[in-house]
Ligand binder design. Structure first.
Ligand code: GLA
Length: 933
């Protein structure tokens, strides 16, 4: 549930596309000779950035005779997966043309659309001419930039070692080091497959690709982190990594946009804007590795100047690229102890007021001891970790591969120990923070050696004082001494000058440089402790609202939401019979908002506005459309200042926003947690929302659902598994003035079996909260295992069936989140399975729990208490082998001899069974769902 600015930036692509033709001339040479041209990047062996669920789409572009017709045909070279698509356009008056390539899918054995990564041949034809390039693949494309650092190639013993470890699927586009005083539309370069000519390729760049390939976070491809590799493997296709190394001998201010050049970055016009990049920035990329370091030290810039320049440069790349978003990882030499090195790092801190939240921010920083091959593996590991973090792991908090981010700083006078508390985001410090010292060193781990921490009593321009007292950890806070507190209005944190001494988390990810305002300690009292609830049976079942069912945009569409898509979805909910099956709430997730309107004082402090390009008719009109279909309508916000996609959040605007939603006749609000701080702060925000939503509900006499993030089990381990009891929030989240109707219990669900299982396990730990007993909070409030992934690429049909059966048994919300235009008939059938929906909507509103089975062998029995003394069961085979699963009735929640069983998938009766039931040959990842009467 961390911020995902990546998607937000990618969404700019939509807008960029609209204005694409207007900009085409900026980076393509006028076609004076009327010849068909393509940049040298588009040649045999090219890797184009894969388009999958919310990523940026790749462009293929070039020039042709003005106003001539241009056609591009993409044809599969794999006989087993035939595919062909032709795109057509017309060259502009300056000859520029461009195609935006959609995702490529081909039907798999079950008739679903499976990703097709190639190889393809691509033919572009215009004015009787034709260019064909073959062996084109879709994969993750990384661009490595930097000055002379990019010119340190893989050489000597390092080259042999790198070659020995190289998987087949790293492809390199090598840009020849050249110098050009004027911008042009192309850079000379060539694609290389295999390890020949590695000696010309940047060691840092290649090492990062190797580490990414080895890391393979999703566990199913060559560094493939999209989670689609499993399906692809069935067709023997893999997704390659494409690395581009753009050496930047020709770094010239003349190439930079005026705003950057005006900053005279780097001094004397020899600046930091890598001119070689300009033509390449029209490509879609997964990430950019940006190596800075020694060359910048020479300039000896003041941190503030450097910070400005640094932010301008990255922002200029991103803005001029027209490719939506990409992650930026900054790497820097770490071995220097000069003052200039510190200045450089403090500049990073100053440039990153809120990592992930600012448009120009660097996503992560990796410290490289050296860039050459002698230390490739450690350096590359750090860069690759940073890259995975920046590009992916914010979607996968369970991976824990995240740099600690300074969340906020507060000065406390009433704590036992007075001091300055630096709080780092909780998800990133799961394993705790520690200062890693060089062996035998006793000095570097003092502040100023291991980490630079400075406070300013004035403003950004200082004066800045070094923190001198030793730091100690307290929970996830890093506490500085009281003396330091006196000076603090702003605090900034950066890595110290000693390469071997950093403040790390358990994965070796160094703390990200950042700056934060100091706030006074919060004096917020938690809501009253809950009283003892009556047992569930004594509740009036008729008064309980069953868990919500509907649709949410996030899993499939991420930020690619607009009015047209939503209307189509509403129509399809009806025509596919999903609304009739009970899925009635149509919920827009993040990215529907643009900004806050101006208030009377001219600040963006007014009401939250729908993005006018996405929802031109506004929220109210859309809500009417949905209500006219007899469905209800939900929107999304975050309780912090910004949402997970850097849209305006609701912190300190709760009542105002609730009124906006009430005026728009919204029925359901999802309040996310990105950037949200501690419980005290969360509670305040929830209470304010609850009060305002209740007011609205009373006025219109209709429930206003409040879905919160999040309240999960206490203790999660670094491998993503969780143990322990429901955390403190379980005591109050459904009670008193907080009273959320439902709350997320785990990380963002992905279309992968492991993710489904991880969220299932979280729910098991949280079951006591929903299943009220003494200290529990449930009764008509729901643990939320996150949205459904049924219909999405990444799960087999068997896995989708188990996912659905388990989510129904858990008894939380059922929110479909897939592309209803493309959904397969089997997936629709899964979603509409009547017996399972009844299991979910049962009036007792309990959560199902794991009660037994042979978990060592991966067989589990899940049981849900239903109204009328009935039980629901899901027998789950988690193992990789087919297996029989037996349920012994004596183990059930209601011990009774003799039950009549019905198969909830087929609705067939299995007759009366006396003591036990054995489901035979349950396939791996399959399930059997039963009703016991
Ligand atoms: C968080 C939530 C997701 C989704 C995104 C939107 O990660 O957990 O469900 O709402 O934010 O940015």
């Amino acid at each position: 549930m961390r911020s995902r600015l990546r998607m937000a930036r990618r969404s700019l692509l939509l807008l960029a596309t609209l204005s694409f033709s207007a900009h085409a001339s900026a980076t393509t040479t006028p076609a004076s000779s009327a010849a068909l041209t393509l940049p040298s990047f588009f040649s045999d062996g090219a890797v184009l950035q894969v388009y999958d669920e919310g990523d940026a789409r790749s462009f293929v572009y070039g020039t042709a005779a003005p106003a001539s017709s241009v056609a591009l045909t993409l044809t599969s070279s794999m006989p087993a997966m035939p595919f062909s698509r032709t795109y057509r356009t017309m060259a502009l008056m300056d000859g520029g043309w461009a195609f935006q390539i959609d995702g490529t899918y081909a039907p798999d054995a079950q008739g679903r659309h499976a990703p097709h990564y190639g190889p393809f041949s691509v033919t572009v034809a215009a004015g009787g001419e034709r260019r064909t390039f073959s062996d084109v693949r879709f994969g993750d494309v990384y661009l490595c930039v930097g000055g002379e650092q990019m010119l340190r190639p893989v050489v000597g013993a390092g080259a042999a070692a790198a070659a020995a470890r190289a998987p087949a699927d790293i492809r390199r586009f090598e840009v020849a080091a050249a110098s050009s005083a004027a911008p042009s539309s192309d850079v000379r370069g060539a694609w290389r497959i295999g390890t020949a000519s590695l000696a010309n390729f940047s060691a840092l760049c290649y090492g990062t690709a190797l580490a990414l390939a080895r890391m393979d976070p999703a566990g199913n491809g060559v560094g493939n982190t999209t989670g689609s590799g499993k399906l692809c493997a069935a067709h023997r296709c893999t997704m390659p990594i494409g690395v581009i190394h753009a050496a930047a001998e020709s770094t010239l201010a003349a190439w930079a946009p005026a705003a950057v050049a005006a900053k005279a970055c780097g001094g004397g016009g020899s600046g930091r804007f890598n001119g070689m990049l300009a033509p390449l920035l029209r490509l879609a990329l997964r990430g950019v590795v940006y190596a800075g370091g020694e060359a910048d030290l020479a300039a000896k810039m003041a941190p503030a100047t450097y910070a400005d320049c640094f932010a301008q440069t990255v922002s200029a790349w991103r803005d001029s690229g027209q490719i939506g978003d990409f992650a930026v990882v900054f790497t820097q030499l770490g071995a220097s102890t000069s003052g200039a090195a510190s200045a450089l790092r403090l500049a990073q801190a100053t440039a990153l007021p809120r990592p992930f939240a600012e448009a120009n921010s660097i996503d992560t920083t990796a410290m490289a001891a050296r860039y050459d091959t002698s230390n490739t593996s450690e350096v590359a590991r750090r860069v690759a970790l940073g890259m995975v973090h920046a590009a992916y792991s914010k979607q996968e908090p369970g991976w824990g591969w995240s740099s600690p981010v300074l969340e906020h700083v507060r000065v406390s006078a009433n704590e036992v120990a007075h001091g300055v508390f630096l709080s780092f985001a909780a998800t990133e410090v799961k394993g705790g923070l520690r200062l890693v010292d060089r062996p035998g060193c006793t000095i570097c781990c003092k502040l100023g050696g291991g980490a630079l921490v400075q406070a300013s009593s004035g403003g950004l321009s200082g004066p800045w004082h070094n923190a001198t007292s030793l730091a100690r950890m307290r929970g996830k806070d890093w506490v500085l001494g009281a003396r330091f507190a006196a000076a603090a209005r702003l605090v900034r944190v950066a890595a110290g000058p000693d390469a071997d001494c950093f403040l790390y988390n358990a994965n070796g990810m160094p703390v990200l440089p950042a700056i934060a305002n100091v706030t006074a300690a919060e004096q917020i009292r938690l809501p009253e402790p809950p009283g003892i609830l009556a047992s569930r049976e004594s509740y009036d079942a008729a008064a309980i609202t069953p868990p919500p069912m509907g649709f949410n945009t996030w899993n499939r569409w991420h930020c690619w939401v607009d009015e047209r898509l939503l209307k189509q979805t509403a129509d399809l909910m009806v025509s596919l019979g999903l609304a009739a099956a009970g899925y009635r709430s149509l919920n827009i997730d993040d990215c529907w908002q643009s900004q806050r309107a101006l208030d009377a004082t001219g600040r963006h402090n007014g009401t939250i506005d729908a993005d006018p390009t996405r929802f031109p008719s506004g929220l109210r009109a859309f809500s009417e459309y949905v209500h006219a279909k007899n469905m209800s309508f939900g929107v999304y916000t975050s309780q912090s200042e910004v949402t997970c996609q850097a849209r305006p959040g609701s912190w300190e605007h709760e009542a105002l926003d609730a009124k906006t939603y009430c005026d728009a006749d919204v029925d359901y609000i999802k309040i996310d947690h990105c950037g949200g701080g501690q419980w005290s702060r969360n509670n305040i925000s929830w209470m304010l929302f609850r009060a305002a939503l209740d007011k609205c509900a009373a006025k219109r006499k209709r429930k206003f659902w409040m879905s919160c993030s999040s309240c999960g089990p206490t203790k999660c381990l670094l491998d993503g598994s969780c143990v322990g009891k429901p955390s403190g929030c379980g005591q109050w989240i459904a009670k008193g003035r907080v009273s959320c109707d439902l709350w997320r219990t785990g990380g963002d669900i992905q279309a992968r079996w492991s993710s489904i299982m991880a969220n299932l396990d979280m729910m098991q730990l949280m079951a006591p909260v929903q299943n009220a007993g003494p200290g529990g909070a449930g009764i008509g409030h729901f643990n939320d295992p996150d949205m459904l992934q049924v219909g999405n690429i990444g799960l087999t049909i068997l896995e989708q069936r188990s996912h659905m059966a388990l989510w129904c048994l858990l008894g939380g919300p059922l929110l479909i989140s897939t592309d209803l235009k493309q959904i397969s008939a089997p997936a629709v059938a899964i979603l509409k399975t009547k017996g399972l929906i009844d299991l979910n909507q049962d009036t007792l509103a309990t959560q199902g729990e794991r009660i037994g089975g042979n978990q060592t062998f991966g067989c589990e029995v899940w049981c849900k208490k239903l109204s009328g003394g009935r039980l629901g069961l899901v027998l789950l085979n988690r193992s990789e082998e087919t297996s029989d699963i037996t349920v012994t009735f004596a183990d059930l929640i209601i011990a009774k001899a003799g039950w009549t069983l019905t198969d909830l998938w087929t609705e067939k009766s299995l007759g009366k069974q006396a003591k036990s039931y054995t489901a035979q040959a349950v396939p791996s990842h399959g399930n059997v769902a039963l009703l016991l009467v």
